[in-house]
Design a protein around this ligand. Structure first.
Ligand SMILES: C[S@@+](CC[C@H](N)C(=O)[O-])C[C@H]1O[C@@H](n2cnc3c(N)ncnc32)[C@H](O)[C@@H]1O
Length: 223
């Protein structure tokens, strides 16, 4: 169901986190600072070991709930952050007609951690409707893959704190070696989930390996 995660993802983190991921981690930190949820509790969906998340942010909350099916991720998360979430070990059920309905109505702020661009879903339309229905009175945020590819960067000079559509995102692609022939760029479905959704948007790039770069879309809304 998921295209990344598991042991492979932790090995990648071991290899590249210090060398390459700090720009992404700082962008996530300023995105979360801007979101600044007031709820006393936080629900994370798909945090892995929390490689992208700042400890100081997690420690603001009385209780952290987290949906994460990977046991390695859960163990490493607690070691890195010194925070012990209430784990929902079976993960979040994204299949079904109204998946967001399963979120307990406990008032916690909800953070989708780079998971919406990764999971396979049967219908973008249904998930979008479900998100709109169940998050409308809630503080929520998501950061997720928008585009990804090899030997590219994203030139984000004209990115604004508003929703960017696919043609605009494509304009941001910067090919590192234009003479190397054609390039392949993947468009992920997560940005479609938020088309027409008012919120605060941020864009940054995550050089995940020396060759592979992701454009990340962050969106948040207060209650
Ligand atoms: C690409 S990784 C996310 C990376 C992580 N958020 C980060 O920024 O380092 C996707 C994560 O989603 C988790 N995942 C997969 N299916 C899930 C589900 N149904 N519910 C919750 N998490 C899930 C995977 O175990 C993996 O840790």
């Amino acid at each position: 169901m998921i295209r990344s995660g598991g042991v492979f993802y932790h090995l990648r983190a071991l290899r590249f986190e210090n060398a390459l991921w700090s720009g992404h981690q700082s962008s996530v930190a300023s995105f979360l600072d801007a979101w600044n949820p007031k709820s006393k509790d936080l629900t994370l969906i798909g945090p892995s070991a929390g490689y992208s998340l700042p400890t100081v942010f997690l420690k603001r909350f009385e209780t952290v709930y987290a949906y994460e099916p990977d046991p390695w991720a859960r163990m490493i998360f607690e070691r890195i952050h010194g925070v012990r979430p209430v784990w929902k070990k079976s993960g979040f059920r994204f299949l079904g007609a109204d998946p967001i309905e399963q979120l307990p109505k406990d008032g916690s702020a909800v953070l989708f951690c780079n998971v919406l661009g990764q999971i396979e879903i049967p219908s973008t339309h249904r998930l979008k409707k479900s998100l709109e229905t169940h998050l409308k009175d809630r503080e929520w945020a998501s950061f997720h893959d928008a585009l990804s590819g090899y030997e590219i960067d994203f030139d984000l000079e004209d990115a604004r704190p508003e929703k960017a559509l696919l043609p605009k995102m494509k304009e941001w692609i910067y090919v590192r070696s234009p003479r190397s022939g054609s390039i392949e760029v993947n468009a992920h479905h997560a940005p479609d989930l938020f088309e027409g959704t008012s919120g605060n948007y941020r864009y940054w790039q995550w050089r995940i390996t020396p060759r592979q770069t992701h454009l990340i879309e962050g969106v948040f809304r207060g209650a």
